[in-house]
Design a protein around this ligand. Structure first.
Ligand code: AMP
Ligand code: ZN
Length: 488
């Protein structure tokens, strides 16, 4: 089925087709691993995951999906520095080496990131690569040398800057985002990785070494410029190495349009002579009470906060996916509870269809499953319209015809539900009602530990764990195949 996507570059919905064969090469700006990602960040990663799942299942494409890990930038350096309040004992001891400390902090949060996205239903096996910026310093330096050689970068005070004015003489700066050049500060240089549109100016490609910061040697025209890369150059170099240019789709949150993605376009074109990608796809914000969820506003939840409060990550996933990615999504506990109900409704239907499918095969065939599939897939193919796709699904479930499937149709329905799950990753496609759907993984872990203690006849421990579960809001009932968890 042909997929249509909104392209932030053309500002239109366009028909999507891979540039080469049947393979879609997609790059997603990944997390900056200086702390736990909040669920606003997670919206961006869930959007990218959903998009790649729709491309696989509805578009029938092969995927080459890359998501980078930013393990060097202003924030990772700040929080790994000696004396940082953000340092945790689990990261190990800090040493005199700034590079060592950076590695310890970023490895710790990279691991927690992979744990979190896995809980949210993203399958790490779906990534072709998750490159870390510090593994591509050489490639970044090569790109910077190209940009200097082509006349679009200069050295000042030991750092290298992109020369926006020189670039604007030959190409457009502001392809994704309208920049106010009346207030453009010609020759003004900005060192921070993140800045506002009003500060549009020459941005840093390579930052001069500062005392107690990690650095790499960089030889330019026979002279060493020890330092470290700017944030924007990281993505330009990694996508070039892992996907070749131009690739098919680049994703990220809307806040990355400027400066990050705008700068990426300028760097890649100025250095490699090619723009990075055919499609730029951006997700809107997740908000709390009408304000972007952000670490700096202090209005954020991490996934582990929410799990502690008894929410199931897969309900959070479905709640987020239920909104269209290009609309703002207002996060509420009520919204997650509604997603939970919807999820259980489909899960019960899966068990029911499984029963139906066991009957004797007949030739009774009305075409209604195919009709439903076409409808749901057509909505998803239309710029990932999940609200309409889910509405079509629930309208079918609420209709008497959903209960009126022949054995043939029930089997066909199981096939469709499996595909739905390849996309939404929210259900269990099995006839087993065994393990509870609604308990978060932390709770299941405790219940498993209790089962183990019981098997080992350590009843005191088993009782203690039962009390702990009860405190966390779960009753545990022993059953013949283990246990059942019931929410208080
Ligand atoms: P960062 O780790 O800050 O580079 O952000 C990782 C991703 O999260 C980027 O694609 C951001 O655009 C995205 N992001 C940050 N805050 C939000 C939010 N409140 N809602 C949706 N996406 C966000
Ligand atoms: Zn990026």
């Amino acid at each position: 089925m042909t997929i249509k996507l909104y392209n932030s570059l053309s500002k239109k919905v366009e028909q999507f087709k891979p540039l080469k064969g049947n393979e879609v090469r997609m790059y997603s700006c990944g997390p900056t691993v200086y702390n736990y990602a909040h669920i606003g960040n997670m919206r961006a990663f869930l959007f990218a995951d959903f998009l790649q799942r729709v491309l696989r299942t509805v578009g029938k494409y092969e995927m080459r999906w890359v998501m980078n890990i930013t393990d060097i930038d202003d924030k990772t350096i700040r929080d790994s520095s000696i004396g940082s309040k953000e340092w945790k004992s689990e990261m190990g001891e800090q040493t005199e080496s700034a590079k060592d400390n950076l590695k310890k902090l970023t490895s710790f949060y990279e691991k927690s990131f992979i744990d979190d996205i896995t809980k949210l239903g993203i399958n790490p096996k779906h990534f072709f690569a998750m490159p870390k910026a510090t593994d591509y310093i050489k490639e970044m330096q090569e790109l910077i040398l190209n940009i200097i050689e082509n006349g679009y970068a200069y050295i000042a005070d030991g750092s290298v800057y992109f020369d926006v004015n020189a670039w604007r003489k030959d190409d457009k700066y502001g392809k994704l985002y309208k920049i106010d050049f009346d207030n453009f500060k010609s020759g003004y240089r900005i060192d921070s990785d993140q800045y506002e549109r009003e500060q549009a100016s020459d941005f840093v490609l390579w930052k001069e070494f500062k005392e107690n910061e990690p650095y790499w040697d960089f030889e330019i025209a026979g002279k060493n410029y020890p330092g470290r890369p700017g944030w924007h150059i990281e993505c330009s170099a990694m996508e070039y190495v892992l996907l070749e240019l131009p690739f098919d789709i680049h994703t990220g949150g809307v806040d990355l349009k400027f400066p990050h993605h705008e700068d990426e376009i300028a760097q890649s074109k100025a250095g490699y002579g090619i723009e990075p990608t055919a499609f730029w796809c951006h997700n809107e914000f997740l908000e709390v009470e009408k304000r972007k969820m952000s670490k700096s506003f202090g209005n954020f939840f991490t996934l582990r906060d929410l799990i502690k409060q008894g929410l199931d990550p897969i309900d959070i996933r479905l709640a987020m996916l239920s909104a269209h990615y290009a609309s703002k999504y207002n996060f509420t506990f009520k919204g997650v509870a509604a997603a939970h109900k919807a999820r259980v409704r489909v899960q019960e239907y899966i068990y029911y269809v499984w029963e139906l499918a066991k009957g004797k095969v007949s030739n009774d065939f009305s075409g209604k499953v195919e009709e439903l599939r076409n409808k749901v897939f057509a909505e998803l193919a239309d710029d990932l319209h999940t609200p309409r796709a889910l509405a079509a699904m629930f309208s079918f479930l609420n209709d008497a015809q959903s209960n009126n499937l022949s054995v043939n149709e029930a089997q066909q329905m199981l096939g469709f539900l499996t595909e739905m799950n390849d996309i939404f990753a929210a259900w269990q496609i099995s006839e087993e009602k065994a393990k509870p759907q609604s308990a978060p993984q932390d709770i299941i872990d405790i219940a498993n530990e209790r089962l183990e203690a019981k098997k080992n006849k350590d009843f005191a421990r088993a009782d203690a764990l039962r009390s702990k579960l009860s405190e966390l809001g779960y009753l545990v009932k022993d059953s013949k195949d283990g246990y059942e968890l019931i929410k208080n």
